[in-house]
Design a protein around this ligand. Structure first.
Ligand code: HPA
Length: 274
């Protein structure tokens, strides 16, 4: 644990040197095809993951791999433009390392976003979903191993992993912007294969509304550290077996590209009210 703590502190000290004394109000994790929100950050300071000691480097198309610090609507933010996925071969500790660094920098709120397959049959591709709760079908947990007592307890409570006040703020902001917004349960699956139609049926039965390959590990670590979390999914496609068509990454990127303006307005609107 000493080794991990040391690594977090070194990475955090490096980022602190680049961004100066200002502590970001919010940390943003930008999912597949949603990285353009970082382009809205004014006076940006960009820090490539490659340059940060201890940081993994992202490999997937649509993920640029840099931290962007600056302002959105007058609030200081630190955005991850590109994230690390379990399916890339990183351990869950590596996947969640940047969240530890955010906490070490003093960030108290995290907004995490993703592209997800719609399970709920009333959903349509292109819609946004405020994450109300999640199901961890990764069957592992980033907090397995020695506990970082300085960050949080051995057995963290996840009964309100997604902050109710932030959920309400996101719903209100979407209504103000006349955006059609849903709320629901996000199910994490490891990927990289998309779900089978039989798995989609299971997901429906157990109460999932959307399925994706990220977010839950980062949220578990953020909750462990006492951070307030808002999660937003962009429904990029319907999950396998719902519509009679195969799934592919190009479709995910195409749909997120089409709705990115709605997505950007929503997140900017929420940040303005923080
Ligand atoms: N399944 C899992 N992950 C996803 C999907 C999906 O249908 N769409 C985008 N990410």
């Amino acid at each position: 644990m000493e080794v991990l703590l040391d690594k977090i502190e070194k990475a955090s000290a490096f980022v602190r040197e680049q961004i100066g004394h200002q502590t970001p109000l919010v940390g943003l994790i930008l999912g597949s095809g949603l990285g353009q929100l970082a382009d809205e950050i004014t006076d940006p300071i960009k820090i490539s993951y490659r340059d940060i000691p201890g940081f993994p480097v992202s490999t997937v198309k649509g993920h640029e791999g840099q931290l962007v610090f600056g302002e959105i609507n007058g609030k200081h933010v630190l955005a991850m433009q590109g994230r690390f996925h379990f399916y890339e071969g990183y351990s869950l500790r590596e996947v969640t390392f940047p969240v530890r660094v955010m906490k070490s920098l003093g960030i108290g709120t995290m907004i995490v976003t993703n592209a997800a397959g719609g399970i709920n049959r009333s959903f349509r591709p292109g819609e946004l979903m405020v994450i109300h709760d999640h199901i961890n079908f990764g069957f592992s947990n980033p907090l397995i191993g020695g506990n970082l007592d300085q960050y949080g307890p051995r057995f963290p409570d996840t009964s309100e992993a997604y902050d109710p006040h932030l959920q309400a703020l996101a719903m209100q902001t979407a209504n103000d912007l006349a955006l059609d917004i849903k709320t629901g349960v996000y199910q994490f699956a490891t990927g990289p294969t998309y779900e089978t139609p039989a798995e989609t049926k299971v997901s429906e039965k157990i109460g999932a509304d959307a399925v994706g390959m990220s977010t839950v590990p980062e949220v578990l670590v953020a909750v462990h550290s006492g951070m307030k979390v808002l999660g937003i999914s962009c429904i990029s496609n319907m999950a396998s077996g719902i519509l009679d068509q195969p799934l592919n990454h190009e479709e995910v990127i195409e749909t997120t590209g089409k709705v990115k303006n709605n997505f950007i307005s929503l997140i900017k609107g929420v940040i303005a009210k923080l």
